[in-house]
Design a binder for this molecule. Structure first.
Ligand code: F6P
Length: 463
């Protein structure tokens, strides 16, 4: 059977779009986050089905034009208790921090594991009823690590893949999970397990070796009569579409407006979901370091920090929001002059057009997570800079740093070194800036999301 004749069935917790119809008013909203940014263009090109959970209303979201979808949407409605326990209680409060190497935000023993199991079983049921025996089933991310096993139990010959959009830590970190073996066995129901970096795939294999009886060899795990392969396949962005957007006349007009309202200051841009993995307090402290250097700095530089609301019902996220609000208020209170504010803080989701105008207007993109599977903001910034201007300051703990080596790479925990790197970025000679941006753009093109999907899907078909 050829690749084209197999239907692709993508399964993820968060779907690409939400449709609302209240009192005769229709509204479409596109989800935030790297997973949707990557998979939507892939399914638009290839067709297929996207199975996802019906999402509750976001705290803040941008209305988009009704999308012309080249693929079908299938929705799962979870029981209310399962939905909360699965998403907030286990996925967000325990698994997310553990996979990023942070302590869980609740006591692990209190986590409602049965809700995670029930929700995964429900996803598997809907996936089975939405797909045929020869279809390619591609499960996404840490919310759904039991789905491959549940699908395999019902359909022994299914072709199932799973992709990890976050880091995978070493066994000592992963091993704190009481359900470690259950999770690994669930994943081993797949034929192919994908990771952004070879390092994450190696960590996964070490976990299998430590916590299961299965035999591990290079890029393969012998699991009873089946062989499960692992693959490092770094994700990217749809470069052509984004480049076209970056030079759209509406975007250009918005760039001019942003530059005008910001005066003649150099602009530094941060774009993140509000998450403790993103290193936002450390960044604010490093920016304050820049302002402290000399009195003229406040007239020379401005930081535009776009923060997309995320997981607002989880306490750790609400606490972080309070800390950031306080820091921004404090720094602005201290360094503002009438008519000139150092930090422009936008706590909302921007339209893609507005976001790309900010990428084009920014002299420096400041992407410094404390830990990140890949980080597609770094890719998007380079894709947007068709003019080959701009400098990327990138955390060594983002997966992207393994590929985007022409960025200024920093340790975000080292606040003083980060201040220095941003200062260097702001004063970089044009020739060096161009050389670096050219190299970044070449790498981002090489890592195009369609290549990522083609590579993964070809491997899954061959698995
Ligand atoms: O890969 C991480 C991810 O699942 C991405 O979709 C996105 O970056 C983020 O987490 C979204 O999280 P949530 O679905 O909880 O908003």
């Amino acid at each position: 059977m050829t690749g084209k004749s197999r239907k692709l069935v993508v399964v993820s917790n968060r779907g690409p779009y939400r449709h609302e119809a209240t009192r005769g008013k229709e509204r479409w909203v596109r989800s935030a986050g790297g997973l949707v940014a990557a998979l939507d263009p892939v399914l638009q090109k290839r067709g297929g089905v996207w199975v996802s959970a019906k999402q509750a209303k976001d705290f803040d979201s941008v209305t988009v034009a009704a999308p012309h979808l080249e693929y079908d949407l299938a929705h799962i409605t979870l029981k209310r208790t399962d939905e909360r326990g699965f998403y907030e209680g286990v996925s967000n409060a325990v698994i997310w921090p553990v996979l990023h190497g942070f302590p869980p935000t609740i006591r692990v023993g209190d986590a409602p594991w049965s809700n995670y199991v029930n929700a995964n079983r429900e996803f598997a049921e809907v996936t089975l009823s939405t797909s045929g025996p020869t279809d390619l089933i591609w499960v996404q991310d840490y919310h759904l690590m039991l789905v491959p096993g549940f699908v395999r139990a019902k359909r022994a010959k299914a072709r199932v893949g799973w992709f990890c959009h976050v880091p995978w830590p070493a066994p000592d970190t992963f091993g704190i999970l009481p359900w470690r073996q259950e999770i690994l066995e669930g994943l081993l129901g797949a034929d192919l397990l994908g990771f952004h970096l070879p390092e994450y795939a190696e960590h996964f294999q070490q976990c299998v070796e430590r916590f299961t009886p299965h035999r591990v060899s290079r890029n393969a795990i012998q699991c009873r009569s089946r062989t499960v392969k692992t693959i490092a396949a770094p994700i990217g962005v749809p470069v052509n579409d984004l480049q076209a957007l970056a030079i759209d006349p509406d975007v250009e007009r918005e760039v001019v407006r942003i530059r005008q309202v910001m005066g003649n200051r150099q602009l530094i841009l941060g774009v993140d979901r509000l998450d403790y993995t993103k290193g936002i307090p450390e960044r604010l402290a490093a920016f304050e370091g820049l302002l402290r250097q000399d009195r003229s700095a406040r007239h020379q530089y401005a930081l535009i920090q776009i923060m997309v609301p995320s997981r607002t019902d989880v306490k750790a996220y609400a606490d972080l929001k309070d800390e950031i609000d306080r820091m921004v208020g404090d720094i602005n209170g201290r360094y503002s002059e009438t008519g000139s504010i150092p930090i422009h803080y936008l706590y909302r989701n921007l339209s893609q057009r507005a976001l790309f105008a900010h990428y084009r207007a920014a002299d420096v993109a400041w992407v410094t997570p404390l830990r990140d599977g890949m980080n597609l903001v770094a890719h998007e910034y380079a894709a947007a800079r068709t003019d080959e201007d701009g400098v990327l300051v990138l955390s060594e703990f983002a997966g992207a740093a393994k590929y985007l080596k022409a960025a200024l790479i920093v340790n975000p925990y080292d606040v003083r070194a980060t201040t220095e790197a941003v200062h260097r970025a702001l004063h970089m000679k044009r020739s060096e800036m161009r050389k670096r941006m050219k190299a970044l753009r070449a790498e981002v093109m090489r890592l195009d999301v369609h290549r990522w999907a083609d590579k993964y899907i070809a491997a899954l078909e061959g698995a």
